[in-house]
Every structure is written in C-alpha cells, then in structure tokens.
Ligand binder design. Sequence first.
Ligand code: HEC
Ligand code: HEC
Ligand code: HEC
Ligand code: HEC
Ligand code: HEC
Length: 451
Amino acid sequence: MRSIFSCILILFIVLPLNVSAQDVRVGDAAHGIFKYDDFEKPAKCRSCHIDIYEQWNQAMMSVAYTHHWDEIEYFELAVKHGEKDPKMKPVADGCNGCHAPLAFFAGDTPPPRPSENSRANESVSCDVCHTITGFVGDIPHNFNFISKPGKIKYGNRDGVESPEHTTQYSDFIRTADFCGVCHNEKNPFGIWVKSTQIEWKEGEYSEQGVRCQDCHMPGAPGRNAVMAKEEYDDVAQHLFHGAHSPAKLRGSVELRIHPDTRETEPGMPVVLKAVLHNAKAGHKIPTGAVEDRIMWLNVEAVDSKGRKYHLAVDEKGFEGEKYTIASDELAYQDIGEIMGIPDFKGLPRDGVPVGDRIFRMAYFDPKGRMTICQWNTASLGTDYRIGPRETKIEKYTWDLPDDIPEGKVTVTARLYYSRLVNPVSDYLNVPEDEKEHVLINESSTTFEIFW
Ligand code: HEC
Ligand code: HEC
Ligand code: HEC
Ligand code: HEC
Ligand code: HEC
C-alpha cells in the first residue's frame, strides 16, 4: 500500500517536471513566448539597488540594443540581408535573443528603432539576467538560457529578504556558463563566431576557479540594496567592463622589447624581440566580436638626430599569416552585396601601418573574402590571438642604413587595440568613439651606433 502510494506520489512529482521540461523553449524557439510586460523595468530596480543600477547603466550590456554601431550593423546589414535572403531572416531575428531579449521574447522583431524608445531599448536588463534559471543542452550558446520572469529574482545569496520580490539562491548565476549563453555563438554555417566562455574553459583560469564574475563583477564590501539588513564583504559590482573601457584594456597584455646587441655599426643588422604576455584576461585577446576587433604591435626606431624608422615584423611562415601582417589590400566585399551597392570594390583590410603584426582571427564569407558580418562567416582563418597567460614573441630584423648617425637609437614598441577596423567604421559612418585606438602597453629599448 505504502509503495503504491509512493509510486503515485513519484508520478505526481515526476510527471509535471517532465512535461515542463518539454515545454521549456530556449534559443530560436523562445521567439514570442512572453510579453514585454512579463519583465520589470530597470528603473524600478534602481529605487533600491542604486549603485548596481548606475554601474550597469554605464556598461555595454545596458546599451546592447541602442549602441550606435549595434544599430548600424543590425539595421543596415543584418536586417537587409534577411530581406534579400530568406534564410538569413531568422538569423537577423536572433540578434535580439542576446542584444534585445525582451523584444525577442515578445516576438517583436525587428524591434522599433532605438529612437522610438520602445522597451527593446532596455537591452540586457536586470530582469533578463535575474530570471534566468539554467540552460538547455551541453554547451551554453545562442541564448539557450531558460527564462522564468516573475516575482522570484535569482541571486548569489541564500535566504536574503526583500520587501519587493522573492529571492532565490541560484548556483547557475554564479557560473561562467551563465555568461556563456550569450558570449558563445554558433552561426548558420556552424561556425563558432563567438567563444569567450569556451576560450575561458580551455584556459587555466577555469581550472583555478576564477570565473567571469571575478574579473568583470568583482566583490567589494558594502550593501547590495539601500535597505539591505547587513553589509557583505563581497557585493558583486556590476561593472561588466570590457573592450569599451580603456582602463580594462590598459596593461592587459604586458610588453617588453630588447635588441640582440647594445653596440653596432651602420649597415649591420640588429634583431629586436618583443615579448607579449596576456597577464590580465581570462580568455583570448581579442575575444568576443573578433570579426571587428584587432590588436596590433607598432615598432618604431628614432636615431640620435630624431629621424624615425618604421620596422616591419619578421614573417614566421605559418599558414594564413598574411592576415596577421597589416596590408592595404581590399576586403569586406560582402558589405556591397548586402547593401546593394554596385561596383563595390571593398575596403582596405586593416587601416593600420603596413607591416605591423596584427593579433586576430580572420572571418571569411562563403566566397572566401574577409568579412565583418559574423552571421555571413563560412570559415575562420588562423587564430593568432593571445590566449590567457600565453606569451608570444615577435621578431624585427633591421638592416641599419649606411647613413644612420652615430649615437643612441631608441626603439619603441606600442601595442594598440581597436574595437572596429577603421576603414569599416569610416565607410559605415560609425561615430568617432568606436574608432579609438587604445594604447594597451608601450616599451622602449636602446642601442648605440659607432662609426
Ligand atoms: C548580465 C547579467 C546581469 C545583469 C544585466 C544584472 N545582473 Fe545582477 N547579478 C548578476 C550576477 C552574475 C550576479 C552574481 C555575481 C556573482 O556570483 O559573483 C548578480 C548579483 C546581483 C545582486 C547581489 C549582489 C551581491 O553580491 O550581494 C543584486 C542585488 C543584483 N545582482 C541586482 C541587479 C540589478 C538591480 C541589476 C540592474 C540594474 C542587475 N543586477 C543586472 C548578473 C546580472
Ligand atoms: C523596494 C526595494 C527593492 C526593489 C524595487 C528591488 N529590490 Fe531587489 N532586493 C531588495 C532587498 C532589500 C534585497 C535583499 C538584500 C540583502 O539583504 O541581501 C534584494 C535582493 C535582490 C536580489 C538577491 C541578491 C542575492 O543576494 O541573491 C536580487 C537578484 C535582486 N534583489 C534583484 C532585483 C531586481 C532585478 C529588481 C528589479 C526588477 C529588484 N531587485 C527590485 C530590494 C529591492
Ligand atoms: C542575455 C545575454 C547576455 C548575458 C547572459 C551576458 N551577456 Fe555580456 N553582453 C551581451 C551582449 C549582447 C553584449 C554586447 C553589448 C554591445 O552591443 O556592445 C555584452 C557585452 C558584455 C561586455 C562588454 C564588452 C565590451 O565590448 O566592452 C562584458 C564585459 C560582458 N558582456 C560580460 C558579461 C559577463 C561577465 C556575463 C556573465 C556574468 C555576461 N556578460 C552575461 C549579452 C549578455
Ligand atoms: C582573469 C580575469 C578575466 C576573466 C576570468 C574573464 N575576463 Fe573577460 N576580460 C578581462 C580583461 C582584462 C579584458 C580586457 C581585454 C580584452 O578585451 O580581452 C576582458 C574583456 C572581455 C570582454 C570584451 C571583449 C571585447 O572584444 O569587447 C568580454 C565580452 C569579456 N571579457 C567577457 C568575459 C566572459 C564572458 C568571461 C567568462 C567566460 C570572462 N570575460 C572572463 C578579464 C577577464
Ligand atoms: C549569442 C548571443 C549573440 C547573438 C545571437 C548576436 N550577438 Fe552581437 N554580440 C554579442 C556579444 C556577447 C557581444 C560582445 C562581444 C564583445 O564585446 O566582444 C556582441 C557584439 C556585437 C557587436 C559589436 C558591438 C560593439 O559595440 O563593438 C555588434 C555590432 C553586434 N554584436 C551585432 C550583432 C548582430 C547584427 C547580430 C545578428 C546577426 C548579433 N550581434 C547576434 C552577442 C550576440
């Protein structure tokens, strides 16, 4: 009797769980499953979580839909591509799964333009993240997170009480998988066009238990809400600072340069070596939107009379290396096809001094040309980025000119970062701030010329 009773009980417990597991719709299947009103506005959370709100408010995730470059790429390229090629329509809708989750869940795609001030503008809001309960599948990617909007806000602490909402402790929100649901992306060609969490997992920080949260939302003493009962010594700061924060980029790669001789003569070769070490990032640099981002090393010498010499990097001879040495060849021809511009020849590939080493991974369109359209990427080039705690050495062989004057030569290596290759930002009229060349690090060395 007892066992029959417990069987029935088990059935009751198990059945609804199974049913709801089948009902859980994530990723593309979550299009249109909720209403905008199911989610609360960040302004409401602000009334009690002021510091957290103001931190989030100046982070990129609060403008993931409204930010100028996102608006341009989404409306001028992705949506247009979807109109031309029906296969691309769901892909363009899918941009919103990560950039404007409320609009995606409401089935409102494409959402109204940012200037129309719709709730799509809330971007990756408080309530998007704090109602995520897990993800479906083996690898977090392509917004495969489970969303349960409502009174329960999932957080990193057990048993905290709020007058406004219920709170529930969540193991999941404390993991890198939580971030991976949007920071890994596989495109319609099956290419991993974003893999920040995967890079992290393959690196040593994951083994050591250093999570995304530890570097992007470090814990500091204080209260997490104005009326919180107690102070904690590790309140998660919602900084989410990344490549749009020069202070986060600065020093992320350490840099030193040295010559193979300290005293030499005109006409002789000098070999300089630059050593670069990714000391600060838990993933590769650049990571994320790698189709847009480049980091490059510029090496310049100045002789005793102030004359300047630009030094080109020595080739290493690996496959696909040409994409890692700056050139002025043309690329990005798919922009012309997508935008319907006749006779579009392409844009200069790099926009940085020819011969500089570029740390990047090239994205290629179905015709094998470099592209910044991640959804239109059919293959990837050699991955020449700097992994977590990885060190790379670049060599510069310089045959000194016969007329180089006597005295001290100073050689300076400068490592720069750009969020969007400049010929593309110029062509698409992306505002100036996205063009910024951020100096990550700088190092100088000297040697003497004797006649
Ligand atoms: C991108 C996802 C994301 C967004 C957006 C976000 N949070 Fe969080 N929040 C987190 C994560 C992750 C943690 C836990 C961090 C950890 O485990 O170290 C957290 C922790 C918190 C905590 C507890 C802090 C503590 O340590 O006691 C509060 C309160 C909170 N968030 C409120 C908010 C509010 C309010 C907003 C909007 C202004 C917001 N969050 C936006 C992901 C997010
Ligand atoms: C009326 C004030 C008030 C409002 C409005 C409010 N909260 Fe809270 N919230 C609190 C208090 C108080 C706590 C408990 C703080 C503590 O003691 O740790 C809390 C806790 C939390 C936690 C739990 C953090 C943890 O440690 O696990 C999360 C997550 C959270 N709030 C998110 C939100 C979000 C998202 C919104 C907006 C949709 C919001 N809150 C609106 C007062 C508020
Ligand atoms: C719901 C999707 C989503 C989740 C979950 C999410 N992110 Fe993001 N994140 C985004 C999007 C979209 C952007 C791009 C914003 C933009 O358009 O520039 C972004 C941008 C960022 C940036 C800024 C990058 C820059 O260019 O400066 C950082 C840092 C970041 N996220 C960290 C995190 C961390 C850490 C977590 C986990 C605690 C997380 N994100 C969870 C969607 C998400
Ligand atoms: C050990 C510290 C550390 C860890 C762990 C870490 N990051 Fe970062 N992250 C950084 C630093 C430093 C930068 C700035 C350099 C750069 O852009 O790579 C950065 C940059 C970023 C950017 C901006 C990249 C861009 O191109 O705009 C994103 C997005 C990001 N991190 C997300 C994550 C996510 C998601 C995780 C976890 C899977 C994570 N980070 C883990 C330190 C860390
Ligand atoms: C799986 C989630 C996801 C999807 C789907 C997605 N993105 Fe993103 N997107 C991100 C994240 C995360 C970042 C930030 C990465 C970084 O900073 O390096 C980002 C960055 C960007 C950026 C660069 C923003 C900047 O400020 O530099 C643009 C533009 C962009 N996405 C447009 C799109 C378009 C258009 C689509 C659809 C074709 C799309 N995204 C689909 C997650 C996503």
